[in-house]
Ligand binder design. Structure first.
Ligand SMILES: [Zn+2]
Length: 473
């Protein structure tokens, strides 16, 4: 069927068509070139200029309802939607199929020239304040019945906001595009949609963290039935954070279009749009229940001693519904569990640095109420003599064995200073000298894995028999 092209997608003074269905507007370094009429057959071939035109948001999301997509599901509040913020990078197959975040398939309407391709999106640059961005995006959606998560849900449907790259991954010239959403079900909710948010494009934009947050909220907004509007303070306008007194999904009727003075006809009916109003209709408002979850921590124990690899185990419940349990180490989100075993949640932390840290455990219910527990922990490896399964658990790096079993130990120099101390002596075991319990003998399995240890145990039997004892000095 013929789909009417909204005026927004036509001859815009700062934009043009990159390909059928892809409306773009100029921004950042592309702005001057595009404004000067250098719009090529697509954004991919647009001339990049370093002119002094002010930066402007560039969103590549098509404003045209697609004929292939399922019809918009109006007022389908339904179950709480999950928005997965992915900063880790991912590979997407861009093809002719309906977008599905759970399988990393994206409809080719987001691709330059509508070409099928494999898009490898790199992780976000470390120079961004990711935790601040997550907090900011969560705040934009706080009123609405969605849940923002950082861990990939184990089951769909969910909406994914991938954050990284510069747009070249989708065939566009780098540095111009802020983001583009695979809003297959434009004007309705794309339940398994993918929003691309190009962090690299934001590196030199004023207030880049706030701007990247706004881009994520904007592109996810397209997946939640929102179109562009001219209201400067609204997330769905092209006006930069730096040029606006505030940014939000504003509950106010606005002309459709991209910026003040750039009014266009609306794509999804009516003569005006209202981002907050549409979110309320399509995803619903979050429950107003205010009872915070209960949270009991089982591990780490009260002494706060853990190893670099450790488990956080808690019991958490809520009167209406618990969403997930999150773990923060020194303020950084390091783990989440949204799939409990009954009321029991477990998060494995790997690679914690030796020393003191601050651990925060947060239980979050479906209405967004939080219960937080904090504790100081000390990350250390096991002392010599402690039981072990691999050398990685031991401060001395060696998990050895003797007739009494496995124990942590370290190398030593029989002619040097006494590093073994206490009830240990420096003895020869195989081809190295190690600290071993006095009179206990030792075979050494210095491997860091179970597999190595298993081999080491066999070796150890032979070594124990042949050990040459050296006296401790
Ligand atoms: Zn947009």
């Amino acid at each position: 069927m013929a789909v009417p092209r909204p005026a927004d997608a036509g001859a815009d003074s700062v934009g043009g068509m990159t390909s059928p269905g892809i409306a773009v507007a100029a921004a950042t370094t592309l702005a001057a070139g595009l404004a000067a009429g250098l719009v090529g057959p697509g954004l991919a071939s647009a001339q990049v200029s370093t002119g002094a035109a002010p930066p402007q948001r560039v969103c590549g999301t098509s404003q045209i309802p697609r004929s292939f997509a399922p019809p918009p599901t109006f007022f389908a509040a339904g179950p709480q939607r999950v928005i997965y913020l992915n900063r880790h990078g991912a590979t997407f197959e861009i093809m002719g199929s309906t977008t599905d975040a759970t399988t990393n398939v994206v409809h080719r309407d987001v691709s330059a020239g509508r070409q099928s391709r494999t898009a490898v999106i790199p992780p976000i640059e470390s120079s961004f304040d990711w935790d601040g961005i997550v907090t900011c995006v969560t705040e934009h959606f706080r009123r609405f019945d969605v849940r923002v998560v950082e861990g990939e849900p184990e089951a769909g449907p969910y909406i994914e906001a991938i954050v990284g790259g510069d747009g070249t991954e989708l065939g566009y010239s780098g540095g111009g595009l802020f983001g583009i959403a695979a809003a297959d079900n434009f004007c309705g909710i794309t339940e398994r949609g993918v929003a691309f948010n190009f962090s690299t494009t934001h590196l030199n934009v004023p207030q880049r963290n706030a701007e990247l947050c706004a881009t994520i909220a904007h592109e996810v907004g397209h997946l939640l039935a929102l179109e562009h509007e001219v209201l400067a303070t609204d997330v769905m306008s092209y006006v930069l954070v730096a040029d606006s007194s505030s940014k939000a999904f504003v509950d106010q009727a606005s002309a459709c279009g991209t910026s003040p003075g750039q009014e266009r006809s609306c794509s999804c009916g009516g003569s005006t749009t209202n981002s907050a109003g549409r979110l309320t209709s399509y995803v619903g408002l979050k429950s107003t229940e205010t009872v915070a979850p209960s949270l009991t921590v089982h591990a780490p124990g009260s002494d706060g001693r853990v190893e670099p690899w450790f488990r956080v185990t808690v019991t958490a419940t809520d009167d209406e519904g618990l969403a997930d349990v999150l773990v923060y180490l020194d303020g950084q989100a390091v783990g989440v569990d949204a799939t409990p075993d009954g009321d029991r949640y477990e998060i494995v932390i790997e690679g914690a640095a030796i020393g003191g840290h601050h651990l925060a455990i947060v239980a979050r219910d479906l209405a967004g109420n939080l219960t937080r527990t904090e504790m100081d922990i000390t990350v250390s490896l096991r002392d010599n003599g402690a039981g072990c399964e691999s050398g990685a658990q031991c401060a001395g790096g060696i998990c050895a064995t003797n007739a009494d079993g496995n124990f942590c130990t370290q190398t030593c120099d029989p002619a040097g200073d006494d590093v073994c101390g206490g009830d240990f002596e420096c003895i020869r075991a195989g081809d190295i000298d190690v600290c071993a319990p006095v009179g206990g003998g030792c075979g050494c399995a210095a491997g860091a894995s179970r597999e190595n240890l298993a081999g080491g145990l066999l070796l150890a039997l032979a070594v124990v028999l042949g050990v040459r004892r050296r006296r401790r000095r």
